[in-house]
Design a protein around this ligand. Sequence first.
Ligand code: HEM
Length: 537
Amino acid sequence: PTQTASPQEVGNGGELHQLAGGDSPPMTTAHGTPVQDDQNSLRAGDRGPTLMSDFAFREKIFHFDHERIPERVVHARGYGAHGVFENYESLSDITRASIFAEAGKQTETFVRFSTVAGNLGSFDLARDVRGFATKFYTDEGNWDLVGNNIPVFFIQDAVKFPDLVHSVKEEPDRGFPQAQSAHDTFWDFASLMPESTHMTLWQMSDRAIPRSFRMMQGFGVHTFRFVNEAGESTFVKFHWRPLLGMQSVVWNEAVKINGADPDFHRRDLFDAITAGDFPEWELGVQVFDDAFADSFDFDVLDATKIIPEEVLPVRPIGKMTLNRVVDNVFAEIEQVAFMTQNVPPGIDFSNDPLLQGRNFSYLDTQLKRLGSTNFSQIPVNAPRCPVAHFQRDGHMQMAPQSGRTAYEPNSFSGDDRGPREAGPAGHVPFPGEVTGETRRIRAESFADHYSQARQFWLSQTPVEQDHIVAAYVFELGKCEVPAIRERMVANLRNVDESLATQVADGLGMPLPAASETTVPARDDLEPSPALSILANA
Ligand code: HEM
């Protein structure tokens, strides 16, 4: 608390007026008119009605009435910070992305961590996936790596995303539960979507209740492409590894923390950074070619699958340090707009049907949420490299729009001419081959929903397995409809008999028959120690 240096007066009604003077500037309206008195609206007489002519009062209330913008339809609750990414070595043999051009190159970043299901005001320690979204302000445009702390996803095709999210959000007729997956609609959906089984195992594991944002992994999830100067492409998966190591809390701790301090994760990040204890993550890649993709047992375009690190090790390529908290939560954390389609030259998409859908969704959702086509001019979103185009006007246009032309081709010169196409120096889409008929049939290579779920389960230590069983029992125990519980346990029988038996026992129900599947889980996949938090601790 600081003592005011400015003069004070006590008004007619005993109210305190802190007046401009000393180092306190005068208060103004948003249009710059000095405000005489901020304690009293303008009224007729001593006790009469408020007057319309009080423009300062009307402006203040008008602005207040419009303070809220829609919260994100998912990942509403988040927190973040600014940082810097430093590249370890030149990757120019595999990508022309300038951010990876030389060792030691630094690029500014902004990260937003989030929960997925809960509303803006929900609590931090919900059992949920965490978003890990990074904006790299590269010198060839923003690169948004919009990932999660879990390397797989619930669904294979973006057409199911609204259904998934509707199932996990509050039930429409009652408005609860707000922040938990512990309810009929989510488990109803999951039990009818065998492809979500792998992800629900991760979600029931300790990964879904992290100790701190600083102690979480992050994953780009999808297979992306690197493209080099010669136009050659390799596939790439992105991984963030916290240098503090991974840590989680147990469910009892999570429940207590949520009650005692719903802001636990945001406070932890703020406190660490303001104390100079900057969190760091290594960015790593799994890089592979078409021959590996074809020989791999699963489809690399299927976001419900990982590429185990034992099969293809993660190569560390750089380090990110978060070193600056935001000045204003609304301006930065709420207004930051991540979009998977923000990629610089040298980074491209694969045909993963989930990623393709995301590339449509994010632009659309940002316009809805931020309300103006010019949201890219908000400082946290604005590229730190030159921006030049012929897009004009629109709500809240702030960019200098000089010159005579707003079209091309044009025959003007100098400042009137405007920018020209970059040609091969621009983002050249990788010319991947497309064949086959237009159809709505999922490839058979996406059909194995249980093998990697089983591999994940077997990769957990006994303590972690106990936590997974306890989480399923707690969550499914909250389902009011017995058939939903039965279907989930029937799916789990396809993963592992002992898992299904323990969950059924915990729920006090007989073991149902395994659900039908065209592709049973393979039992030749070795456990992957990299998937266990305790093995990595
Ligand atoms: C927001 C990750 C799938 C639509 C987010 C955010 C993250 C994220 C981290 C929060 C960004 C922030 O902090 O501002 C993912 C991952 C996915 C996935 C890793 C799957 C691998 C999808 C799909 C869709 C989608 C399939 C739609 C087809 C959205 C929307 C938002 C969002 C609409 C809200 C954006 C906003 O208002 O700022 N996602 N998402 N996501 N995601 Fe996804």
